[in-house]
Design a protein around this ligand. Structure first.
Ligand SMILES: [Zn+2]
Length: 483
C-alpha cells in the first residue's frame, strides 16, 4: 500500500484499499477461528449515561471492579444524537448538524446543559440507529425521515437471513421503543403499541420476546381484571392476540409464559422453539411499584435502593435473560439477542436516584448471567457481547451541580446513596459508555470518530468515541462474517 503514491489516487481509492485491507485482516483472523462470532448479545441500559453507571458502582462498592472492568473488555464512549428532533418524518433525510455531538459545546460551563438538553435523541431514533445504522427522527421505529419502513435491514432480520435465531428481552413493555426497534418492527410512531406488538408476533425472525406489559395486572403485580379490554391489551397486540396466546393456540406458534416459575423452568433443559414471556405486571418489572404501599411519588423519589419490597410475582431481568439464552441456543447457527434494562430511563425521568440504582443493578445482574452463559455454554471466541446505553437521561451530576456545572457525583461508600443531583427530567445528548468483549470486539477501535478529553478524565477511559450507528456496523459485519 505504501508504494502507491497518494498524489496519483483519489481519496475514494485510498478508502477502498483501506477497507479491503481491514476486511482481509478480519477474514484472516476469522480463519484462525478467533474473530467470527456465532452469537451476538447486545445489552442496552436505557437512559443510563456514564453517571448512572458510576453512581451504581459507588453504591455497590464495585467501582473499577465491575465485570466490564475485567480482562478483555474494550471501553469507549458513544454518541447518540438523532437525525433531527422532529416527532414525525420531515422528509429531508439530512443530518441536522446542530445535533452532532461536539465536546466543546457539551462541556461549556454556561451553555453546556442547555446544549445537551436540546439536542437529545429518544429511544426510538436511538434504537433505529442501533438496529439499522440509519439515523432518523425521534419516534421512528425502523422508519426513515423520508417516511419509509427500513425493511429487511434490521439486526434480527439480518440474523434470520443468515439462518440464526433472534430475540428481545426487556424490563418494560416488550412492544416499547427499544425492544420494538431491536426486535425488527417497523412503524412511523413508537406510540402505536398494538401495531408494533402485532408485527413482532407475526415476524418470522423472532423466536424470543420477553418483558412486561401484561393486560391483567397493575404496576404492583396485582390482578386488576380477568377480562382485559382491547386497550388493556395494547402492549401485547390487542385482545385477539391475547386470547389466542392465553389459550395456547396462537397461529404463529408462540408458547406464552407468565410466572417466575415458568421462566425458571425455561432456564434449564429442553425448551419450546418460540417463547413469548409476559410478566404479570403492567409497565415495568419493579420500577413502578409502590402503589400498593400507598407510596406517593415524593416518597419513591426519596426512597433508598431496595427499601421498598420488590414485586414477588415477576421474574428478574436476570432470570429472563437465562431463559432467553436457553431457548435461543437451540439453533446451531447461533443467534442475535438484545437485552434491555428499560426502566433505568424511567427512574431518571422521575429523578428517582434510588430506583435508578436498583434498575441498573438488575441490569448488571443480567450482564453477569450473560457472561456466565458465555463461559459455561459458549466461549469468547464464538460470542460477541456489547454493553451500552441508548442515551443519557436526567443529567445526574454532583450534589451541587445545579450551581457548579458538571461537578462529579460523590462516592459515599458501599450501601450509601452517592452525592447526586438531577439537572433535567428528560434525555440529554451526553456521551454514553460502550463496553465490548469477545469475537470481533477489538474492531470497535476502527470506528473511533473523535476524542473527548474531559469525558476521558471524568470517567477514566481514553475519551475516544464512536457513534451508535457504528455499533450496528460492527454487529452486522460480525454476523455476516460468522461461521
Ligand atoms: Zn426516556
Amino acid at each position: 500500500m505504501q508504494r502507491v503514491g497518494p498524489r496519483f489516487v483519489g481519496p475514494a481509492l485510498v478508502l477502498a484499499v483501506f477497507f479491503a485491507w481491514c476486511s482481509a485482516t478480519f477474514g484472516q483472523e476469522g480463519a484462525a477461528g478467533s474473530q467470527q462470532p456465532k452469537n451476538v448479545i447486545l445489552m442496552i441500559s436505557d437512559g443510563a449515561g456514564f453517571n448512572s453507571w458510576l453512581a451504581t458502582e459507588y453504591y455497590r462498592g464495585t467501582h473499577g471492579r465491575e465485570i466490564y472492568d475485567g480482562d478483555g473488555w474494550i471501553k469507549l464512549a458513544c454518541t447518540t444524537y438523532p437525525l433531527n428532533t422532529s416527532s414525525k418524518p420531515k422528509n429531508s433525510g439530512k443530518q441536522d448538524e446542530a445535533l452532532v455531538y461536539d465536546p466543546a459545546k457539551a462541556w461549556d460551563a454556561e451553555t453546556g446543559y442547555r446544549y445537551l438538553k436540546t439536542t437529545a435523541t429518544d429511544s426510538a431514533a436511538a434504537g433505529t440507529a442501533l438496529a439499522t445504522g440509519i439515523k432518523t427522527y425521534n419516534n421512528a421505529i425502523n422508519w426513515t425521515d423520508e417516511n419509509q419502513p427500513i425493511m429487511g435491514k434490521t439486526l434480527p432480520e439480518i440474523a434470520h437471513g443468515l439462518g440464526k435465531s433472534a430475540g428481545v428481552v426487556t424490563s418494560v413493555q416488550w412492544s416499547h421503543a427499544t425492544p420494538a426497534t431491536l426486535g425488527g418492527a417497523h412503524n412511523v410512531s413508537r406510540n402505536n403499541y398494538a401495531e408494533i406488538a402485532d408485527e413482532m408476533l407475526k415476524a418470522e425472525y423472532l423466536q424470543v420476546i420477553m418483558g412486561a406489559g401484561h393486560p391483567c395486572f397493575d404496576d404492583d403485580g396485582r390482578r386488576k381484571t380477568d377480562e382485559p379490554s382491547d386497550k388493556d391489551c395494547q402492549y401485547v397486540g390487542g385482545k385477539e392476540h391475547w386470547q389466542s396466546l392465553s389459550s395456547g393456540k396462537h397461529p404463529k406458534g408462540w408458547t406464552l409464559i407468565q410466572t417466575p416459575e415458568e421462566f425458571a423452568q425455561l432456564a434449564e433443559g429442553d425448551t419450546p422453539t418460540k417463547v413469548l414471556g409476559t410478566a404479570e405486571v403492567a409497565t415495568t418489572l419493579q420500577q413502578g411499584r409502590g402503589g400498593a404501599l400507598g407510596l406517593v411519588k415524593e416518597a419513591i423519589v426519596n426512597s433508598k435502593p431496595f427499601e421498598v419490597p420488590k414485586n414477588q410475582n415477576v421474574p428478574s431481568l436476570e432470570l429472563m435473560t437465562r431463559a432467553a439464552l436457553n431457548v435461543l441456543d437451540n439453533n446451531p447457527k447461533g443467534f442475535f439477542l438484545m437485552i434491555e434494562g428499560g426502566a433505568v430511563d424511567w427512574a431518571n425521568h422521575a429523578n428517582q436516584g434510588g430506583r435508578m440504582i436498583e434498575e441498573q443493578s438488575d441490569f448488571l445482574a443480567a450482564v453477569q448471567a450473560v457472561c456466565d452463559w458465555v463461559e459455561k455454554h459458549s466461549s469468547w471466541e464464538e460470542t460477541l457481547v456489547i454493553l451500552t446505553a441508548d442515551h443519557d437521561c436526567g443529567l445526574p451530576w454532583g450534589p451541587e451541580s445545579d450551581v457548579q456545572p458538571f461537578q462529579p457525583i460523590t462516592d459515599a461508600g458501599s450501601g450509601n446513596m452517592p452525592g447526586l443531583h438531577y439537572n433535567h427530567i428528560a434525555h440529554s445528548n451526553s456521551l454514553v459508555p460502550v463496553f465490548a468483549k469477545g469475537a470481533g470486539a477489538a474492531r470497535l477501535h476502527e470506528f473511533v470518530r473523535g476524542k473527548d478529553d474531559r469525558a476521558g478524565e471524568t470517567w477514566g477511559f481514553s475519551g475516544e468515541y464512536i457513534d451508535n450507528t457504528d455499533i450496528f456496523r460492527l454487529i452486522e459485519s460480525a454476523l455476516r462474517a460468522g461461521p
